[in-house]
Design a protein around this ligand. Structure first.
Ligand SMILES: C=CC1=C(C)c2cc3[nH]c(cc4nc(cc5[nH]c(cc1n2)c(C)c5CCC(=O)O)C(CCC(=O)O)=C4C)c(C)c3C=C
Ligand SMILES: [Fe+2]
Length: 412
């Protein structure tokens, strides 16, 4: 085993055992990975036909960053940045430090390559997913002819209250992990690598997934207390993934096996919601709060029947303005999204109310799926209790080959 394959946990063990200050490639050569089948040791393969972090079972923690290229960056800077990011991300997803020298192996006379806060932590199922915003394809870097035709700026929607400080970006990185420090470490070190070439535009920390991509995980709940992600596209739904999530690359071949990501920061008016009667909360969502079953009857995974009439409600059992009815494929030409959002809580406002909400992340083979569904939601009863305050859209390139770069499709 080479030094470059030494895990952070193994590295720490070696440092402790030897009382050494640095770990060299030679020293690491005899190290073995901790093979205990603990969840923290789960390594999600970084390479493959699709980028990891889309159908990967949704981890509990997110750190998301949007970047802008600096005003002096040129085409070569974009190419080299994406190559450097790819190498560092591949290492970190294996539970390794950002370089072989890492946090302590580079000697006392230069800043360490790795910031060190993840020493002793293993991979924790870290995934690092890269994306390209529409502005990357403007006239700065000679990439206009590589722009996927689907990659359009999102139009304005009813109820948008978007703020620049939570919106847009040339590039994005989604880091998800079962340990928050591992996700933060990844973004922090990738930001550091970008120094002089790209700078952070905005970031979002998310805790607690609000969807699943596998039925092996219990459906989580959002901050309104409802199960969220019941009717998601799951990683095993091969036909739906092909139809609704993976690009076929018919416009840009480098997008074949890629996807498009829409990110929306949605503030939730928690205190107002908490004063709503249970019956009304359920009518707004279209599902019951305990089980997550559709109001037309059945259990959580029963298909909703929008024709069922309720004498008690004096109309459709699933109201015409229910979120779930309006978001359902039946209302949207069959369109589906793979949702992968996270709860966020960011303290309180001057009135003592929670600054909290949903960082909504949805993957589709075109942003048009989101646009169509979001337009349907113009009459959603939920709109009284939420505010979209941030927005961004990114092309998510196909998966990365071993030894390749996430930027290969842009420059090949
Ligand atoms: C434009 C897309 C969507 C936005 C924005 C959105 C915001 C949002 N959603 C909830 C809570 C729930 N959503 C649920 C289902 C659901 N939502 C969308 C799309 C958007 N949601 C879809 C496509 C679906 C699935 C519809 C279906 O096929 O049945 C549910 C029900 C449980 C589930 O299936 O996930 C809840 C609950 C909130 C709170 C919110 C904004 C803050
Ligand atoms: Fe929803």
């Amino acid at each position: 085993m080479t030094g470059s394959r030494l895990s952070r946990r193994s590295a720490l063990g070696l440092i402790g055992a030897a009382g050494a200050v640095g770990v060299t490639g030679g020293f690491a050569a005899g190290a073995t990975r901790d093979d205990a089948p603990a969840t923290e040791d789960r390594v999600v393969p970084f390479h493959g036909p699709h980028q990891a972090g889309i159908t990967t079972p949704v981890q509990q923690h997110l750190y998301f960053a949007s970047f802008d290229l600096t005003s002096t960056a040129d085409r070569d800077d974009v190419r080299s940045l994406l190559a450097d990011w790819t190498d560092a991300a591949a290492r970190m997803t294996r539970g390794e430090e950002v370089t072989a020298e890492g946090a302590t192996g580079g000697g006392p006379y230069k800043p360490p390559d790795d910031t060190g806060e993840a020493l002793g932590l293993s991979a924790h199922a870290l995934t690092v997913t890269f994306g390209f915003g529409p502005s990357l394809f403007d006239d700065r870097f000679g990439l206009a002819d590589r722009r996927p035709r689907e990659l359009v700026e999102l139009p304005s929607f009813a109820f948008d209250l978007l703020e620049d400080r939570y919106s847009g970006g040339d590039l994005c990185i989604q880091a998800c992990a079962e340990d928050p420090q591992v996700a933060v470490h990844a973004i922090r070190n990738l930001s550091r690598i970008a120094f002089g070439r790209a700078q952070v535009r905005w970031t979002q920390l998310g805790y607690g997934r609000t969807s699943t991509t596998t039925k092996a995980q219990a459906t989580p709940r959002n901050l309104f207390g409802f199960k969220d992600g019941t009717a998601n596209v799951f990683g095993t739904d091969t036909a739906d993934l092909e139809r609704w999530v993976w690009s076929d690359g018919s416009d840009q071949p480098w997008m074949a096996g890629g996807s498009f990501l829409v990110a929306r920061k949605i503030a939730m008016l928690i205190e107002s919601w908490d004063r709503v009667r249970l019956e009304e909360q359920e009518a707004i969502i279209g599902r019951d709060k305990g089980e997550g079953a559709p109001l037309s009857g059945g259990r959580e995974f029963t298909d909703p029947d929008f024709d069922v009439v309720s004498t008690q409600a004096g109309g459709p059992a699933i109201p015409m303005t229910a979120h779930m009815r309006l978001a359902h494929p039946d209302q949207n030409g069959g369109a589906r999204l793979l949702r992968r959002g996270y709860n966020y809580v960011e303290g309180n406002n001057d009135l003592g109310q929670l600054n909290a909400g949903l960082f909504f992340l949805a993957y589709g083979r075109s942003p048009q799926q989101f646009i169509d569904i979001q337009r349907s939601l113009a009459t959603d009863a939920l709109n009284e209790y939420i505010r979209h305050i941030g927005s961004a859209v990114f092309a998510i390139p196909r998966g990365i080959r071993p030894g390749g770069s996430v930027g290969d499709g842009l420059f090949g």
